[in-house]
Design a protein around this ligand. Structure first.
Ligand SMILES: *[C@@H]1O[C@H](CO)[C@@H](O)[C@H](O)[C@H]1NC(C)=O
Ligand SMILES: *[C@@H]1O[C@H](CO)[C@@H](O)[C@H](O)[C@H]1NC(C)=O
Ligand SMILES: *[C@@H]1O[C@H](CO)[C@@H](O)[C@H](O)[C@H]1NC(C)=O
Ligand SMILES: *[C@@H]1O[C@H](CO)[C@@H](O)[C@H](O)[C@H]1NC(C)=O
Ligand SMILES: *[C@@H]1O[C@H](CO)[C@@H](O)[C@H](O)[C@H]1NC(C)=O
Ligand SMILES: *[C@@H]1O[C@H](CO)[C@@H](O)[C@H](O)[C@H]1NC(C)=O
Ligand SMILES: *[C@@H]1O[C@H](CO)[C@@H](O)[C@H](O)[C@H]1NC(C)=O
Length: 244
């Protein structure tokens, strides 16, 4: 009887060992609500998902150096921290990054090059911040962007923002989440940002007028890039200088 139990235990232990070694699952490092002021550098190799939500991260130089050690990162969640601005090329070491969340911070400005070199980024969450404007240049380098979350920001729905949003829509970027509303100017307050796009007319540089009706094909991200590199189409070109 004793031998039987031993055998069972052995079987059980070896099963656990095998399960533990089946390590193809993404390596997740999670540090939530820890009062962290800086991002800790990578102590394991091959971390693919990093979650640092609910801390006191500001994204300063120390954070940038730490992030550069997570070379295999695919998803980065930095929600509920104390970020107010994103400096130029901040995530440039993270060439495999597909998902980036900066939701629920206090971001009021993005450097035009904040997201440069994120060539495979597909999803960017900027919801619940203090952003009033976006410029084309910030998004030109995001060649793979598919989903952009913008809700719960005090958007200034001037024509320059609406044109930028219009061009993103033409580039087949979708805007996740409800309640992307304008906070200013007064006559736009409370309106849905995405419904307001047509109020400004300069956002359709690719429509070709022909006699027979043919559906306008969606513009690809690559075309978005090209459109925005053509100075003639940006009559309401943004002043994307970051005020310090
Ligand atoms: C990390 O990933 C690389 C490439 O996928 C691999 O060569 C390396 O052995 C991995 N290291 C560990 C500790 O798993
Ligand atoms: C970044 O912020 C942390 C926390 O406030 C601070 O300890 C660190 O010295 C800062 N790094 C730089 C380079 O300013
Ligand atoms: C966010 O920024 C505003 C000023 O823009 C400041 O008054 C507020 O305290 C900040 N909130 C946090 C949580 O830091
Ligand atoms: C909104 O943007 C317009 C045009 O850039 C600017 O003149 C106006 O002051 C802005 N309003 C607010 C409330 O930021
Ligand atoms: C546009 O997006 C949809 C779904 O998000 C996708 O199925 C379609 O292939 C995309 N089209 C282009 C031209 O990228
Ligand atoms: C959207 O806004 C409406 C009205 O302000 C609010 O009742 C609703 O809860 C909001 N939805 C989300 C998902 O925030
Ligand atoms: C952009 O804004 C900066 C600072 O606000 C200003 O110095 C510069 O002249 C502006 N450029 C244009 C083209 O309006």
């Amino acid at each position: 009887m004793d031998g039987c139990w031993q055998l069972l235990l052995l079987l059980c232990l070896s099963a656990v060992a095998e399960f533990g070694e089946a390590n193809d699952a993404p390596l997740v490092k999670r540090m939530t609500n820890k009062l962290l002021q800086v991002i800790p550098p990578n102590d394991k190799s091959n971390v693919s998902i990093l979650v640092i939500k609910g801390n006191q991260i500001t994204l300063n130089e120390t954070d940038q150096q730490a992030l550069a050690t997570y070379t295999t990162l695919v998803e980065l969640y930095l929600g509920e921290n104390l970020v107010t601005t994103v400096p130029a090329k901040f995530f440039s070491g993270l060439s495999h990054l597909r998902v980036l969340s900066l939701s629920r911070n206090n971001i009021s400005s993005l450097d035009p090059e904040a997201f440069s070199r994120l060539d495979v980024l597909e999803k960017l969450d900027l919801s619940n911040n203090k952003l009033t404007d976006l410029c084309d240049k910030t998004f030109i380098n995001l060649k793979s962007l598919k989903i952009l979350n913008l809700q719960e920001n005090p958007w200034n729905c001037s024509c320059s923002l609406l044109d930028t949003i219009g061009r993103m829509k033409e580039a087949n970027i979708s805007f996740g989440g409800p309640n992307v509303t304008c906070a200013s100017p007064a006559e736009q307050k409370g309106r849905n940002l995405l419904d307001s796009i047509n109020l400004c007319s300069t956002s359709s540089p690719v429509i070709v007028h022909t006699d027979h009706k043919s559906p306008t094909p969606p513009v690809t991200s690559q075309q978005f890039k090209e459109i925005n590199n053509t100075p003639t189409t940006t009559s309401t070109s943004h002043n994307c200088t970051v005020s310090k």
